[in-house]
Design a binder for this molecule. Sequence first.
Ligand SMILES: CC(C)(COP(=O)(O)OP(=O)(O)OC[C@H]1O[C@@H](n2cnc3c(N)ncnc32)[C@H](O)[C@@H]1OP(=O)(O)O)[C@@H](O)C(=O)NCCC(=O)NCCS
Length: 210
Amino acid sequence: MTTPIVEVVNDLERKRAAAFLADHIPGNLAAVFSVSLERSNGGPASFVLRTDDDAGIAAVVHIGPPFEDASWFLRADREDLAELLITDTRMVNSIAVRPELRRHGVASALLAEGERRVMGEGVQLIYGVANGGVEIDAFYRRHGYEVGPAATPMLIRLGDDRVMMPLDGQQNRWFFKVVNQDPSAKRPYAMVRTPTARQIELHERESKLD
Ligand SMILES: CC(C)(COP(=O)(O)OP(=O)(O)OC[C@H]1O[C@@H](n2cnc3c(N)ncnc32)[C@H](O)[C@@H]1OP(=O)(O)O)[C@@H](O)C(=O)NCCC(=O)NCCS
């Protein structure tokens, strides 16, 4: 039996949540920053949610604007694209459940609560990187996400802008879900595609010219 989901709002608790994620996700690199740093980067949009049981932390999810991805575009002098990613998208940075509590809907409840908060912010796309076993793909697909092929970039269109998102690591897969879609719009505001080999090649060539 787990406790109601709460937001982790102080730094000591954040450190504990970060340690929990590091212990339960092999190779987890997504940093959980101090509350003040996250607030100065992205306002209240970044949050950590937790649920407990008698033995301590049962599960944690960390969702926020994609600061790291946005920083690539800042480095390439594309402040407009960095800003677009921060306002229109959110990343599920990490989610983990203690092994003995898995397959009882604990992560589903955390993700649903995280998505509920994000939807209220007018976000258009939720995405992340799956970097563990096949259960992660099954979990995200169950929640309406698409999971891309391993080691393949993702092509995002937001309004009139297109953003190619590279992917490091041979086993990593992008997962993504378009949300808050206006059903009456002629053309959806947000779309995600797995780029063709030709699109990847063109993008790489253009990036080199910059
Ligand atoms: C992925 C993870 C968070 C899922 O947590 P969970 O609480 O067990 O997930 P839920 O019980 O809410 O599962 C919901 C659905 O996801 C799918 N799913 C979850 N785990 C699965 C598994 N091992 N195999 C197949 N499908 C799975 C199923 O469709 C499941 O529904 P069902 O049980 O009715 O069949 C958990 O396995 C975990 O902590 N893994 C290690 C950490 C990790 O790698 N996290 C992701 C990287 S950020």
